[in-house]
Design a protein. Structure first.
Lengths: 118, 117
């Protein structure tokens, strides 16, 4: 079974600074994706960034980038130039890919609550 | 609006009552997922539909829970004889799954927050 662990329940960062959220996972699979989702207060979950396991190059989306260490099973999210709108719960998630009737369900960590301070 | 919608957004019920939630996925999305999120936790997978077929159910889905997607469009999640432990946010997500061995993004709805008194 796959597990996702986020060891930082809460973090705080000053506006315009950089923050890194940590995530580790456990799997014996080779074909999978990793994700970071953002859940703002009282708003729906949205995808921030994804990483294919077979790609060595770290994914980047504007101010968001990841540090994917496959051997260490580590997947951290770096937010540069933090903005007030980045305040949210951030979830790391794992998706196993498969053939036939595979579900492609998401397995989430417990989340990190990020507060961006003005 | 072409996003995933859920109804109601909030539901307060007394223990022992039955409740039903509805999810309308993005049109043309053939895959639909239900997740449950309790306070301080990440969402946990409950069940999955491909078109109208329910293909996987989590062990979390006790026999008091039933989900349907009768015409492969909207889905309902019913909880019978609710318990206080059922209090949670119930999230629905949909995706356009062309193949299970390729990525297909799941789009989430706003959720239904259930409170069982």
């Amino acid at each position: 079974a796959q597990t996702v662990t986020q060891s930082q329940p809460e973090m705080s960062v000053q506006e315009a600074e950089t923050v890194t959220l940590s995530c580790t996972y456990d799997t014996s699979e080779n074909n999978y994706y990793l994700f970071w989702y953002k859940q703002p207060p009282s708003r729906q979950m949205i995808l921030v960034i994804r990483q294919e396991a077979y790609k060595q190059q770290n994914a980047t989306e504007n101010r968001f980038s990841v540090n994917f260490q496959k051997a260490a099973k580590s997947f951290s999210l770096k937010i540069s130039d933090s903005q007030l709108g980045d305040t949210a719960m951030y979830f790391c998630a794992f998706m196993k890919l498969g053939f036939g009737g595979a579900t492609n369900k998401l397995i989430f960590g417990t989340g990190t609550l990020l507060a961006v301070q003005p | 609006d072409t996003g995933v919608s859920q109804d109601p957004r909030h539901k307060i019920t007394k223990r022992g009552q039955n409740v039903t939630f509805r999810c309308d996925p993005i049109s043309e999305h053939n895959r639909l997922y239900w997740y449950r999120q309790t306070l301080g936790q990440g969402p946990e997978f409950l069940t999955y539909f491909q078109n109208e077929a329910q293909l996987e159910k989590s062990r979390l889905l006790s026999d008091r829970f039933s989900a349907e997607r009768p015409k492969g469009s909207f889905s309902t999640l019913e909880i019978q004889r609710t318990e206080q432990g059922d209090s949670a946010m119930y999230l629905c997500a949909s995706s356009l799954g062309l193949a299970t061995n390729s990525y297909n993004e799941q789009f989430f709805g706003p959720g239904t927050r259930l409170t069982v008194l």
